[in-house]
Design a protein around this ligand. Sequence first.
Ligand code: KG4
Ligand code: ZN
Length: 334
Amino acid sequence: MSVILAIESSCDDTSAAVLRNQYLLSNVIASQEIHRRYGGVVPELASRAHQQNIVPVVDEAVKQAGVRLEDIEAVAFTRGPGLLGSLLVGVSFAKSLSQALNVPIIEVNHLQAHVLSHFIKENEDSPTPKFPFICLLVSGGHTQILLFEDHFHYTVIGQTIDDAAGEALDKAAKIMDLGYPGGPLIDSLAQHGNPSAFNFATPNISGFDYSFSGIKTSFLYFLRDQLKVNPNFIETHKPDLCASIQNTIVEFLVRKLEKAALKLHVNQVAIAGGVSANSLLRQRIAQIGNQHHWTTFVPQKKFCTDNAAMVAIAAYFKFLQHDFADISSPPYAR
Ligand code: KG4
Ligand code: ZN
């Protein structure tokens, strides 16, 4: 029996979760609205907001879980990667709480946590991947194809050589002046658009690596040319533009993931990270899964973007191995 309290503060979401064994008891997330005004995360404002949010968020997570502070057997935290000032708030809070409760601390890698979110159980029937499985990790900061041999041993099969997929969507949204974060806005506008309305070239990059900066540039140049002819082009073509850029990025992601899974002969295929909330990507993964008779794992939307439940489950597997952190371990940004 283990009760773990986990804290996630790597970017702009302050989150705390309580897990009993593999079962989630609570997962509270305070998203920082302040960054919308600036069209992106402002690190200085993010750390201040974490500082304000952390006590009420942890308090609420413990309350919702129906546990007492003295029931907590370990405190887990995201050690990195992320924004240093943001990480420091969670790391310092976790260490102080562990000292006060006299329990060990467990450090978690944010990227592993995204993937391990597939092991969170909400009931007896929650399906979990079997090893080895392949996972496309797609977020605002990362795009990687990973092959997991067990919970903590994995090989990077491919990764982006420049921008992350989420970053490309956020930048495309910024070019269209849609707001921040752009991924979900593009997703919802794309519902009413034609994905084949416009073509944006994808780079010819070898193996299982990705590159998104060229797609973004071709989107930018295309719009620049169209706006010369029609200054209202963006305004009058928003859904088609969103559907087309989303389709370009998703097809590129899916094509390489499919090739990698076939080459490695794995039949367990997962996606994780913020961009795995994307409706088209979710649909496409289900489709290729059906086509190849693979078992596919698409996280529930609440576990796609940053949350502490995923940190808690990663910590649970470390707890089983008595893999505790030193109280002096500093956060790492990269
Ligand atoms: O995992 P995450 O919350 O933070 C990082 O670790 O980066 O991912 C955030 C990224 C952002 O780029 C955001 O635009 C993207 O995930 N995102 C989406 C959707 N929801 C979030 N992208 C496409 N469609 C969505 N529905
Ligand atoms: Zn993340």
